[in-house]
Design a binder for this molecule. Structure first.
Ligand SMILES: Cc1cc2nc3c(=O)[nH]c(=O)nc-3n(C[C@H](O)[C@H](O)[C@H](O)COP(=O)(O)OP(=O)(O)OC[C@H]3O[C@@H](n4cnc5c(N)ncnc54)[C@H](O)[C@@H]3O)c2cc1C
Length: 446
């Protein structure tokens, strides 16, 4: 049956506009999924675009041309730039086009296809247009009953009670308090909804012993072709908004022993409190083992553990499953180094200063250096550093040294040598891999 070309689905207060001129899965041209509000409308801070990405993947697997358009700087606004850009790369590698930093301003209806007009003038012809712009709870009838709501979401107490006697609420329509930042926003995820239902039943049946509804960590996971991306807790934007200080840890460990066939890198970003090491948030993307690591970190966060406590976790290990030092243990070891000051990190936001005022020291092999390096960097492989320290001192000419390698491991070793030699040094967090993920526009010198 041909779908009605004017079909409109109303879900909550959001209108999903499904506009197609043929059976969608039979067409191939210009399918556009976009997850931005049309220009002029506000973007809700709790906006989640995971489902847009999942949809884009599913439609691409069905061999449709898919473009994801987002007004934000990158897809998946609950991720920070480096993880989000790796997500974009995974989409693009698999043939999904991504247009960031641009708004959809109009949809022009046509005879054979429709056209989405973007704020930069680009016109995207589309057989199917999906507005994945988030949902707002349709709580008008709740408000009409005099029940307290906040920005349209139902306010509940720690046992799920609304402001009306004998009325409880759970799920996407209620407002939650973020476990890390204390910010108030709905958390449209399945387990918090389920869990609250169970806890409300307890509160009704046996109020004396009922446990409180915990504040959600908003742990979430999606598959993007051969990659998995997952996150828990807060990202940098949410921490900045809440005025919470943090330190970023970047790691790229293999998901199991490197010598065992099939080892895959996990790109991890973990945010910690720089004073007490409390875990504030984590994001990871990779082909294998992402779910396990994010779930362990979510568990550790719920238990109130610090980053150093991760060193103490006895995680299962044999070569096909993990490493003797599991990526989670490595987060703990790196975090401890940062807290104790045995490593000093520099980040993408320090890049201009590092270029202008420090010696950039590339400690990779000469072969890697020749294939592309940061502009003006001196190459001294970390294995030669002790013997060539005079060269470094001369090039530094009293300036601090910003060391880097590909993933951050070799430049950590180099950092220790430089610091022992009395130099004011720092090592690039996560190496070139994290720098290029955070700033894909960066061009290496050859
Ligand atoms: C496509 C999609 C994929 C998702 N994938 C994930 C995922 O992978 N992981 C995850 O954690 N979350 C996921 N979610 C989110 C998750 O489904 C929701 O967070 C969860 O279902 C919320 O539960 P709820 O009880 O609040 O609402 P719902 O599950 O939507 O239940 C609400 C019910 O109320 C009914 N209803 C609505 N209005 C009225 C009314 N006036 N009178 C009577 N009944 C009414 C509805 O028909 C519905 O049955 C996904 C959501 C979508 C849409």
């Amino acid at each position: 049956m041909q779908p009605d070309p004017t079909q409109r689905l109303r879900i909550g207060k959001t209108v999903f506009s499904l506009s197609f001129t043929a059976t969608p899965l039979a067409v191939r041209r210009g399918l556009v999924a976009f997850e931005t509000y049309l220009a002029g409308l506000p973007i809700a801070p709790e906006r989640r675009d995971n489902i847009c990405i999942v949809l884009a993947e599913a439609l691409k697997i069905k061999e449709l041309d898919v473009t994801v358009v987002t007004r934000g700087a990158h897809v998946m606004n609950l991720l920070d730039a480096e993880t989000a850009n790796l997500t974009t790369m995974a989409l693009e590698r698999n043939g999904v086009a991504v247009r960031a930093n641009v708004s959809a301003t109009a949809i022009e209806r046509g005879q054979d296809f429709d056209t989405v007009v973007l704020s930069d003038g680009t016109r995207l012809d589309a057989d199917l247009i999906v507005l994945a712009i988030g949902v707002e709870p349709d709580t008008g009838f709740v408000e009409a009953a005099g029940i307290t709501t906040e920005r349209g979401a139902i306010v509940i107490d720690e046992h799920g009670r609304t402001s009306a006697d004998h009325v409880w609420a759970a799920g996407d329509a209620v407002i939650s308090t973020d476990a890390v930042t204390g910010a108030k926003h709905p958390v449209p995820l399945a387990w918090p909804a389920n869990r609250t239902g169970r806890l409300i039943a307890d509160a009704i049946a046996d109020p004396a012993t009922a446990r409180k509804v915990p504040n959600p960590l908003s742990t979430a996971i999606i598959r993007i072709f051969d990659q998995t991306v997952a996150h828990t807790g807060a990202n940098r934007k949410a921490l900045d908004a809440a005025g919470i200080r943090y330190k970023s840890l970047h790691l790229h460990p293999a998901h199991h022993a490197g010598y065992y066939p099939g080892a895959q890198q996990i790109h991890m970003l973990v945010l910690i409190d720089p004073e007490n090491g409390k875990l504030l948030g984590a994001q990871a993307i990779g082909a294998e083992g992402v779910d396990k690591r994010i779930d362990v970190l979510a568990t550790a966060m719920r238990a109130g553990m610090t980053v150093e406590d991760l060193i103490d976790l006895d995680l299962s290990y044999s070569p096909p499953y993990g490493q003797a030092r599991d990526p989670i243990n490595l987060v703990g070891l790196l975090g401890q180094n940062v807290l104790q000051g045995t490593i000093k990190l520099w980040f993408v936001e320090d890049f201009e200063n590092a270029m202008a005022k420090t010696l950039l020291l590339d400690v990779r092999s000469a072969f890697e250096f020749e294939r592309g390096h940061l502009p003006g960097a001196l190459n001294v492989p970390h294995t030669e550093l002790r013997d060539r320290m005079d060269e470094v001192l001369e090039a530094a000419a009293g300036r601090p040294v910003s060391a880097y390698c590909y993933s951050g491991v070799r430049s950590y070793n180099a950092y220790r040598v430089l610091a022992a030699a009395g130099l004011d040094a720092a090592t690039l967090s996560g190496g070139l891999m994290s720098l290029q993920a955070a700033a894909p526009e960066l061009v290496l010198e050859k």
